[in-house]
Structures are given as structure tokens and as C-alpha cells.
Design a protein around this ligand. Structure first.
Ligand SMILES: [Cu+2]
Length: 346
């Protein structure tokens, strides 16, 4: 007999209706941003929406074609299966009508996909022509992100501040290997290639924090190369820009923070880190201007608490394998002073 019938009678495979319901519930959960901050199924801006819309259109069309083709195939397999006593079927060669049909049908199907694809490609390539985009140069480093605002003279790291409702044009570069810029709720990924500048744009509809992640395997700590996009109102954004542009460091009120600032020089931190409003202006590692206000440290790896900052300073490669910030052999009292200093940089 046909083995399909035997399969249907088999019992106890464990894939009953219960597991189907569970799978459906699990899939439904994928869409929720509160649970999965890096979901593409809950777009928060026009670029991500255009991309999801294209994905769903294509998916529905393809599901329709699959059901049609699989249906015809199953029908033919059962309707024309070999029966005892039946002779050979009629032998034919070529069928112009059929051949025309299966040439034209795919062309029509591809046209249905091609037109919206080309339209979406243009829409996500550049911000709308009349808009006044904010320009940000995003630079990938092993394993953190640098954000430069060339028109504003502001540089920051790992947290990209943007105003809501305004397109942000991103100039993507890399300092070392190929990285990829990806904020799933705002836009699909685009590679950051050394020596070649890619561009993309994003826009957030609502204030909020959007999670980003490097999406191109780039070395030992690739998985710990994350960032956040912090979208705020235009007024709050202007206030942040002004604070960054006029940044000053004042440690006169705390002896411990003042000691931390001294250690920043003595221990050579300044060789890699810049802080606006000071003489520290080297940018091998993340710019630390306002680091006390960041939500995370080490590119989204740890929450920015005193305890975590101490752990980071004590042994960076233990937290991020291969970290380009070496273990500087700091003593506990030195770490304490440095943490006090860094957290005073609001
Ligand atoms: Cu990377």
C-alpha cells in the first residue's frame, strides 16, 4: 500500500494539536517588542515598516504559490497513481499551452514581487527629498560603535541620540574589519566596510530606546558589540546637543573624583579615550564624554552601574574576550577613584 496511509495511522509521535498551539503561541510572541527588543515584526519607523511590508507581501504571495503547486502535485500523484491492471498512459511529447502557462505565470508572479521591491529599494536608500535629515557618521570598531555628528561637532559612543520624527542619514564606516549596523525595529542591516562608505537612513516615530547589534561576524566579541538608539523629542535632543557642545568637567567638589581624573592621566587612559572639555583628546577607544549618563558600558554588554564599571576596569578582556582595552593592573583603590570620576561625567 501507499506509505502515506501507514504514516497517518502511527501514534505517539508527540506532535499533537497541543504542540501546534504551543508553537503558534511562541511565534506570536516573536512580534512583541517588550519581550524581544530586537524584533523586526514590531517596526517603529518608516524604513522598518517599508521593509516588513515588502517581506509580508512576498511571503503571502509565496505561500499562495506553494499551496497551489503542492495542491496540484498531490492531486496528480493520487489521481494518476499506478493501478493494478491499468496499462501505460498515453505517451505525449510537448504541450504548447502548458509551456506557455508555466512560463508566463512565473513572470507575472515575479512582476508582483519586483515592482514593490524596486519601489522599496528607492524609498529606503535616501531620506524623503523635502526632509531635513540629521547626518551621523557611524563607525564600527572591534567591538563598539562610534557616532559622530559632523554638523554639530559632537562625538559619542554606543548610544546614538536622535530626535523623533526626523530622518537620520547614516554614513557607515569601519575602522578595522567589516561590521554591520542593525537596529531591527528601525531598519534592516547595512554593512560597515573599511574604505568604502555605505549609507542608510532611519527614523523613529516614538520616543524610546531601540536595541542595535553588529550583524556581521567580526571577531571574538562580535556578540558583545551592541548599541542603543535613544530617540527623544526635538527639544530634548537639542538640549543634549548643547550639553555635549559645551561640556565641562569639574571635579573640585569631590577629592575622590579629582584623584580619579589624575589617575586617568597617570594610568594612560587618556592615550585611548577623549573627554570633551579636557585636554584628553585621543580616540582609540570610545569617547567618554558624558559616560556617567550612558545606560550601558562596553557596547551594551553591562548595565552602567558602579559595580559593573569596577569589574570592567579590573579586567576588560575577562568581560569581552579579545578586548582592545587591556587589563591595566589597577588596584582596588585606584578603580574606586576612577569609577567616582567616570560616574561624575554626566
Ligand atoms: Cu562587529
Amino acid at each position: 500500500m501507499v506509505s502515506g496511509f501507514r504514516l497517518r495511522r502511527r501514534r505517539g509521535t508527540g506532535w499533537g494539536p497541543g504542540s501546534l498551539i504551543l508553537a503558534a503561541l511562541a511565534l506570536a510572541g516573536c512580534g512583541r517588542a517588550e519581550q524581544f527588543p530586537q524584533t523586526v515584526f514590531d517596526p517603529a519607523g518608516p524604513v522598518a515598516r517599508i521593509q516588513l511590508d515588502l517581506l509580508m507581501r512576498t511571503l503571502y504571495l509565496v505561500i499562495g504559490i506553494f499551496i497551489l503547486v503542492a495542491g496540484v502535485l498531490l492531486y496528480v500523484v493520487f489521481r494518476y497513481r499506478e493501478r493494478p491492471g491499468a496499462g501505460d498512459p498515453e505517451q505525449i511529447h510537448g504541450n504548447t499551452q502548458l509551456e506557455m502557462a508555466w512560463t508566463i505565470a512565473p513572470i507575472v508572479a515575479l512582476a508582483f514581487i519586483a515592482v514593490p521591491t524596486v519601489r522599496a529599494n528607492f524609498a529606503v536608500a535616501e531620506p524623503p527629498p523635502e526632509s531635513d535629515p540629521l547626518v551621523v557618521r557611524a563607525v564600527g570598531h572591534q567591538w563598539w560603535f562610534e557616532f559622530q555628528y559632523p554638523d554639530l561637532g559632537v562625538i559619542t559612543a554606543n548610544e546614538l541620540h536622535i530626535p523623533v520624527g526626523r530622518p537620520v542619514k547614516l554614513l557607515l564606516d569601519s575602522e578595522d574589519v567589516i561590521h554591520s549596523f542593525w537596529v531591527p525595529r528601525l531598519a534592516g542591516k547595512t554593512d560597515m566596510i573599511p574604505g568604502y562608505q555605505n549609507t542608510m537612513w532611519i527614523q523613529a516615530d516614538e520616543p524610546g530606546t531601540y536595541y542595535g547589534q553588529c550583524a556581521e561576524l567580526c571577531g571574538a566579541s562580535h556578540a558583545k558589540m551592541r548599541f542603543r538608539v535613544i530617540a527623544v523629542s526635538e527639544e530634548e535632543f537639542q538640549a543634549w546637543v548643547e550639553r555635549m557642545q559645551t561640556y565641562t568637567v569639574d571635579v573640585s567638589s569631590s577629592a575622590l573624583a579629582a584623584r580619579g581624573m589624575e589617575l586617568f592621566r597617570e594610568k594612560g587612559c587618556f592615550a585611548c579615550h577623549a573627554i570633551a572639555g579636557t585636554e584628553f583628546q585621543n580616540r582609540v577607544g570610545p569617547d567618554l564624554t558624558g559616560v556617567g549618563s550612558r545606560t550601558t558600558i562596553a557596547a551594551g554588554t553591562l548595565a552602567n552601574t558602579r559595580e559593573n564599571l569596577s569589574r570592567w576596569l579590573a579586567d576588560p578582556p575577562a568581560i569581552k574576550p579579545g578586548s582592545k582595552m587591556p587589563n591595566l593592573g589597577l588596584k582596588p583603590d585606584e578603580i574606586e577613584a576612577l569609577v567616582e570620576f567616570l560616574h561624575s561625567l554626566k
